[in-house]
Write a protein that binds this ligand. Structure first.
Ligand code: NCD
Length: 308
């Protein structure tokens, strides 16, 4: 089977072969980005609309640049959901935009399932750039790409995911992606920030970070969601940092050989110590650079691959 549009809604829909095809294609586009002229005519004449209903810097910029590097026309819409009935507005907005016309819609939305709702309502290709607490497939794909680039493989590795898993669409997509590619996953965080039934996802679960780091080849720190601190999930950010922060001492105690990742934006000194974020083991900036190549590959493949 091979991955060809019309949509990319979640990692759940992808086979191992699909994922490999996307990563291999991203490798080709990565080479383009290393050239002097970082542009190919692949999507010339196509229109991509970025529909962002949530604040985002790196994902939106990454999709925007990816589209431009493929020579598509890229339009950005930043929209608010605060005062409207979400489903109606989303579909009405999308239909209006589609009438322009646009071939590819990239959507980021605070509601889980928004990307699928959109895909059912329009004839354009839909790419999920993060929907609520559900999925963020291009982040998981760029994480896989970055690990494969740094360590040569994903199969057989041990990946630790630490932090606010409950609210994290990145964690959901990452877990599905790592398991599909044959890695084993251990998830760690305070009990209040781990979703119930997590063990049924086929991962190991621990509340102790020292336990999670033991034997890990890769550790992914998740953003501690500052905006949720009033909800009482943890007593304070300081206490969270003391108990779950990724520090040099903790990495050294676990053997110090693992690579460190973070989807960004990072809260320095909370989920990750500044010296760890800036260390040689950190792949955080590689993730950003690879994100563009992965998004170029996804845009190319949803648009029909070779025929685009
Ligand atoms: C993530 C997101 O928005 O889901 N960030 C991102 O895409 N760069 C993670 C987060 O916001 O914590």
């Amino acid at each position: 089977m091979s991955f060809r549009g019309p949509h990319l809604l979640g990692i759940r829909d992808l086979s191992r072969g699909d994922i490999e095809e996307i990563l291999d294609s991203a490798g080709t586009f990565r080479a383009v980005l290393d050239r002097d002229i970082k542009k190919v005519p692949t999507l010339r004449g196509k229109t991509i609309v970025n529909l962002f209903f949530e604040p985002s810097t790196r994902t939106r910029t990454s999709f925007e640049l990816a589209g431009k590097r493929l020579s598509a026309d890229v339009v950005n819409f930043s929209l608010s959901t605060s005062s409207v009935v979400k489903g109606e507005t989303l579909i009405d907005t999308a239909r209006t935009i589609e009438a322009m016309p646009a071939e590819i819609l990239v959507i980021r939305h605070p509601c889980s399932g928004a990307a699928e709702l959109l895909a059912r309502s329009v004839s354009a290709c839909v790419i999920n750039a993060g929907d609520g607490m559900h999925e963020h497939p291009t982040q998981a794909l760029l994480d896989l790409y970055t690990i494969r680039e740094a360590l040569g493989r994903v199969e057989g590795l041990r990946v630790a995911i630490v932090g606010d898993v409950l609210h994290s669409r990145v964690a959901r997509s990452d877990i599905l992606a790592f398991k599909t590619m044959g890695a084993s996953v251990v998830v760690c965080g305070p009990p209040t920030l781990l979703p119930p039934g997590l063990a049924e996802w086929g991962v190991d679960v621990t509340f102790r970070i020292e336990e999670a780091l033991k034997e890990a080849d890769v550790v992914i720190a998740l953003r501690m969601q500052m905006e949720r601190q009033n909800a009482g999930f943890v007593p304070s950010l300081n206490e969270y940092a003391v108990l779950y922060g990724l520090t040099r001492e903790r990495l050294d105690a676990a053997g110090g050989r693992m690579v460190v990742m973070h989807p960004g934006p990072i809260n320095r000194g909370v989920e990750i110590a500044p010296d760890v974020a800036d260390s040689r083991a950190s792949l955080i900036l590689n993730q950003v650079a690879n994100g563009m190549a992965v998004r170029m590959a996804v845009l190319y493949l949803v648009a029909g691959g070779a025929s685009a």
